[in-house]
Design a protein around this ligand. Structure first.
Ligand code: KG4
Ligand code: ZN
Length: 333
């Protein structure tokens, strides 16, 4: 019954989790609010705050799990992809802990871990399944053949879906990160109030940069005619943008599911917290007879529990790595 300590520090969340035999016992997430003032994550500041938060986060994760340091059998950590300075904090901590306790190290790919978050709890997809992984940096349709046998069948050619949310919110004058605020305003808006274009990209790939430009021009023209346009219509604008982003994502997901003959379909990553996207997938699933898998809120955005579950499955396969390991800003599957 392996007890695994997991560390996540790829972007602006410092997170630590303990899992025993695949059951998550704790999942501590220290958010960094310092970036709000800058309208986006400042890498240099993120690394410094990780440095401050990492030990308290691990101590709290051990405490909540009622596990002693000496009971840990292996340390799993995010090797990449992510911000190099941020990753270095987690990787160095994991190496030092493993060295001190003479226990194995397990490297985890952050994007694979978002997918593997579906193996926390009882409602688990069956292989092969499709996972739409949508975050601030990535937008991928992943064909998941096995725990660590994943293939990206579609991805964004420019901006990620989360970036489209965050850039739209910036255009609207909302603070960073804007995704959750777009979601909040959208709940009181009419999603059919405004029509934004759907890009015509072949295959299962995505593009969001044209949408961003059309939103920018739409706002600029309307504000020129009425300076109060944004504040008078913020809910309808957010609902319409959210609906367009969700339909772009779900239309491609549907095409991929048809092409690969898949009926188990999952969502992952920070944007999977979005209410419109969650409801959209559920409705599509009911219509097409899919089994749908939508992560609990705490496993949508960055967290170490997903690193722990990925680490657990690597532990079972005996996949460990040495102390010479270094983080990777870009890390293919
Ligand atoms: O996976 P994540 O926490 O970090 C990355 O690895 O990027 O994803 C963060 C992204 C941000 O763009 C944020 O605005 C978006 O997820 N996000 C949302 C919601 N919650 C987070 N977007 C739309 N609606 C939400 N409720
Ligand atoms: Zn992420």
């Amino acid at each position: 019954m392996p007890v695994i300590l997991a560390i996540e520090s790829s972007c602006d969340e410092t997170s630590a989790s303990v899992c025993a035999d695949g059951n998550i016992l704790s999942n501590i997430i220290a958010n960094q609010t310092i970036h709000e003032a800058y309208g986006g994550v400042v890498p240099e500041l993120a690394s410094r705050v990780h440095q401050q938060n990492i030990v308290p986060a691990v101590q709290q994760a051990l405490l909540n799990a009622k596990v002693n340091k000496n009971d840990i059998d292996a340390v799993a950590f995010t090797r990449g992809p992510g911000l190099l300075g941020s990753l270095l904090v987690g990787v160095s901590f994991a190496k030092a802990f493993a060295l001190a306790k003479n226990i194995p190290l397990i490297e985890v790919n952050h994007m694979q871990a978002h997918v593997l978050a579906h193996f926390i709890g009882d409602h688990q997809p069956a292989f092969p399944f499709l996972c739409l992984t949508v975050s601030g940096g990535h937008t991928q349709i992943v064909l998941v053949n096995d725990y660590f046998d994943m293939e990206i069948v579609g991805q964004t050619l420019d901006d990620a879906a989360g970036e489209a949310m965050d850039k739209t919110s910036k255009i609207l004058g909302l603070p960073y990160p804007g995704g959750p605020l777009i979601d909040k305003h959208a709940r009181s808006g009419n999603p059919d109030a405004y029509k934004f274009p759907e890009p015509q990209i072949p295959g299962f790939d995505f593009s969001f940069s044209g949408l961003k430009t059309s939103i920018l021009y739409f706002i600029r023209d309307n504000v020129a005619a009425n300076p109060n346009f944004i504040e008078e219509n913020i809910n309808d604008i957010c609902a319409s943008v959210e609906k367009r982003i969700a339909t772009i994502l779900l239309n491609k997901l549907r095409k991929a599911a048809e092409q690969y003959g898949i009926t188990d379909v999952a969502l992952a990553g920070g944007v999977s917290a979005n209410t419109g996207l969650r409801q959209g997938l559920q409705q599509l699933g009911e219509k097409l007879g899919w089994r749908t898998f939508i992560p609990k809120m705490e496993y949508c955005t960055d967290n170490a529990a997903m690193i722990a579950i990925a680490g657990y499955h690597k532990y079972l396969k005996g996949e460990f790595i040495g102390q010479e390991i270094a983080p990777l800003a870009r890390m293919p599957f």
